[in-house]
Design a protein around this ligand. Structure first.
Ligand code: AHM
Ligand code: MG
Length: 322
């Protein structure tokens, strides 16, 4: 049984980065505890307010955001942070070397029905002269991430992490409050017969995506020649975790309802960190036209079309869009 900290000490050369990840986990363990207490902790339901994107916030969205913010603010290594639930970036320590971007509680529509949710994070390097209150400081492509991960709050609490040397999973032992190594160098199978997409949006997709999904549904008789199974949990962390475990493809693609916002998911808090984890596990992550991590961000809250998972299947989607 290897502790997270011991694993990182051996696998990551940058001790300041190790401290950031270790520190973030303090907040995530607190979130896990509150989620498990559920209604007993009075944390379910709506916070009766909207975030910067006009989405109704849950109490736990707000609590999780505050816990992570409080934790990061106290860390000397962190220069600034940007959150899906905050309109503007927040400065931390002026001498810090890292910027942390996060979705404090992804899939939060699932909280009240007791289904898996998660915290997603991305870590970027900051330069000495960067202004951590300014959006432009954070506008780096996903290729520049030095670490990415998510904590999945499900039947057990898991950390899935990369610092650029493979994707590794850890399980929280709640008795002692420590994450222990579960799987090292996770590999996403290259092929799959399982897809995940919100089919209710079908009529809003690009014609190429409509054609691809129609061919998936055609099964053995269709041009793809395989019988596919479908899953939709409406929680990206749960979806990506299934794909890291047994392969699959996850899509939240271009959507004609919001031409300026290519999909629902956010590039900096969801698209980029999940892409790094999937790619470090041998999978592929694309907008259907280019690698997600190659997208040059123009705003911290921007949306991105997401197609990620088993490499061969993602390549097939890219061919349909070529
Ligand atoms: P959130 O960050 O506000 O929770 O939204 C992101 C979530 C993803 O986890 C999930 O894939 C998607 O929204 C589900 O959307 P939908 O409700 O349209 O199926
Ligand atoms: Mg989210």
């Amino acid at each position: 049984m290897q502790r997270l900290r011991t694993f990182l000490d051996h696998h990551c050369d940058d001790q300041a980065l190790v401290a950031v990840i270790d520190g973030l986990m303090v907040a995530c363990k607190d979130i896990a505890y509150r989620l498990h207490m559920g209604s007993l902790a009075g944390v379910l339901g709506s916070a009766e307010q909207e975030n910067v994107q006009g989405e109704c916030q849950k109490k736990l969205d707000v609590i999780s955001n505050d816990l992570i913010k409080y934790c990061l603010k106290g860390m000397p290594e962190v220069k600034g942070m940007a959150s899906e639930e905050e309109a503007d970036p927040v400065a931390c320590n002026p001498d810090g070397e890292f910027l942390v971007l996060f979705d404090p509680l992804d899939g939060s529509s699932n909280i009240d029905v007791n289904v898996t949710v998660g915290t997603i994070f991305s870590v970027l390097k900051a330069s000495a002269n960067d202004d951590a209150t300014h959006e432009s400081t954070y506008l780096q492509s996903g290729k520049q991430q030095v670490a990415a991960g998510y904590v999945l709050y499900g039947p057990s609490t898991l950390l899935v992490l990369t610092t650029g040397n493979g994707t590794h999973t850890f399980t929280l032992d709640p008795r002692v409050g420590e994450f222990f190594l579960q799987r090292e160098h996770v590999k996403v199978p290259a092929t799959t017969k399982e897809f995940a997409i919100n089919m209710s949006n079908q009529r809003f997709w690009l014609p190429q995506m409509q054609n691809y999904v129609a061919d998936l549904l055609a099964g053995e008789e269709g041009p793809l020649g395989k019988r596919y199974n479908m899953r939709w949990i409406a929680s990206m962390v749960a979806e990506i975790h299934r794909i890291l475990t047994r392969g699959g493809i996850f899509m939240y693609p271009y959507d004609s309802r919001e031409p300026q916002k290519p999909g629902k998911l956010r590039l900096m808090y969801e698209g980029n960190p999940m892409s790094m984890l999937i790619e470090q596990a041998g999978g592929k992550a694309s907008t259907a036209f280019e690698d997600i991590v190659a997208v040059e961000p123009t705003s911290i809250h921007q949306r991105v079309s997401v197609v990620m998972g088993s490499a061969d299947e993602v390549e097939t989607v890219i061919r349909y869009h070529a």
